[in-house]
Design a protein around this ligand. Structure first.
Ligand code: ADP
Length: 336
């Protein structure tokens, strides 16, 4: 549905976006992540037709935004970081104004009514926008993006400045819209991406450093699986056995001890599933395996590794230390 191919944008000598390619499938909610200055806004501004590219192409449903901007723009609904609202208009006036501005051809009354129902602004239709809460104003911003029923919705930092309840409501709304639209969500709030997005594209210094399904990202970054195993047996022998098991890259004690078992952190080599070999090796040696669970990196760890590889070691150390505190390590993979 969205296809960006070898896109570059230079500002003088500065390569703000440097030969990036990615696509977003129909019906997908894609999270577009990156630190400040990474090139997110530049990419979105090209995609929405506000900025030209130095080279490469950006296509929406096969239509090149640089070659046929008017046709391509009709396929996009955009909510910029600061929504383009007119505070002295009522919600209804504003929606009618945007309807005309976009040259929408859908039956006006019915279309605007349907949008009002979906984004739940029908009850504030007659209120002036300046008197609305920030959450409602954001809903009106989303409502204007839906005019014309565009196939692709692009949201730039949609929950910034909202309170926790409003954040949850807007995230749920985006998820709901994702059922009928292709969505690109630019954000730097990692739990938001984890909660909402099917796929994550991470950009850093103008280049794509990750493009993965959300659940696969951990493996894409590390290529290893991390497990925490609870094993009964003499610690040194157990550790020796773990380290000699085929496919194990790293094993160490975590220092957590139940009545008769000890917890070990085990990392496998790239793309190797070590759970069965571990089980059999421990069974042969009569060291009961009484617990085995994943110890995945969370998105924050992954992000730091990708955008600042030097932080990798620090993150590792922090994680290992955290793992040695009771109950801490195993919680690190939880969603926030
Ligand atoms: P992000 O949205 O990820 O914070 P941007 O796309 O805004 O990043 O910026 C990418 C890089 O391009 C940054 O280094 C920024 O300073 C630079 N940049 C952005 N806009 C301009 C501009 N109009 N002129 C010169 N440099 C710019």
């Amino acid at each position: 549905m969205v296809e960006i191919s070898h896109l570059s944008k230079n500002y003088g000598d500065k390569k703000a976006v440097n030969d990036i390619s990615f696509s977003v499938e129909e019906g997908e909610i894609m999270g577009f992540l990156g630190p400040n200055g990474a090139g997110k806004s530049t990419t979105l501004n090209i995609l929405t037709g506000f900025l030209s590219a130095t080279s490469g192409s950006a296509k929406i449903d096969g239509i090149d935004i640089l070659e046929q901007p008017l046709e391509a723009k009709k396929l996009i609904g955009f909510l910029p970081e600061i929504p383009p609202l007119y505070p002295d208009m009522t919600v209804a006036e504003y929606m009618n104004f945007c309807y005309e501005l976009k040259g929408c051809k859908l039956p006006r009354k019915q279309h605007l009514h349907e949008i009002g129902e979906v984004v739940k602004i029908a009850d504030v239709n007659k209120r002036l926008i300046k008197n609305l809460s920030k959450g409602y104003r954001q809903r009106v911003g989303i409502a204007q993006a839906l005019i014309g029923n565009p196939k692709v919705l692009i949201f730039d930092e949609p929950t910034i400045g909202l309170d926790p309840k409003q954040i949850i409501e807007i995230r749920n709304l985006i998820k709901h819209l994702g059922k009928n639209h292709t969505v690109i969500l630019s954000t730097h709030i990692l739990p938001e991406v984890q909660a909402v997005c099917d796929r994550i594209v991470i950009i850093n210094k103008g280049r794509i450093v990750a493009n993965e399904k959300t659940e696969n990202l951990v493996n894409a970054v590390d290529g290893t699986r991390r497990l925490v195993a609870k094993i009964v047996g003499p610690e040194d022998q157990v550790l020796q056995l773990l380290r000699s098991t085929q496919g194990v890259k790293f094993a160490d004690k975590l220092g957590r001890r139940d009545t008769d078992s000890v917890s070990y952190l085990i990392e496998s080599q790239e793309n190797v599933d070590i759970r069965k070999p571990l089980f059999y090796a421990l069974a042969r040696a009569s060291y009961p395996l009484i617990g085995l669970e994943g110890d995945e990196l969370n998105l924050e760890d992954i992000f730091m590794r990708l955008v600042d590889p030097q932080k990798k070691e620090k993150t590792e150390k922090r994680r290992r230390n955290a793992s040695q505190a009771p109950e801490a390590g195993k919680r690190s993979g939880e969603k926030q």
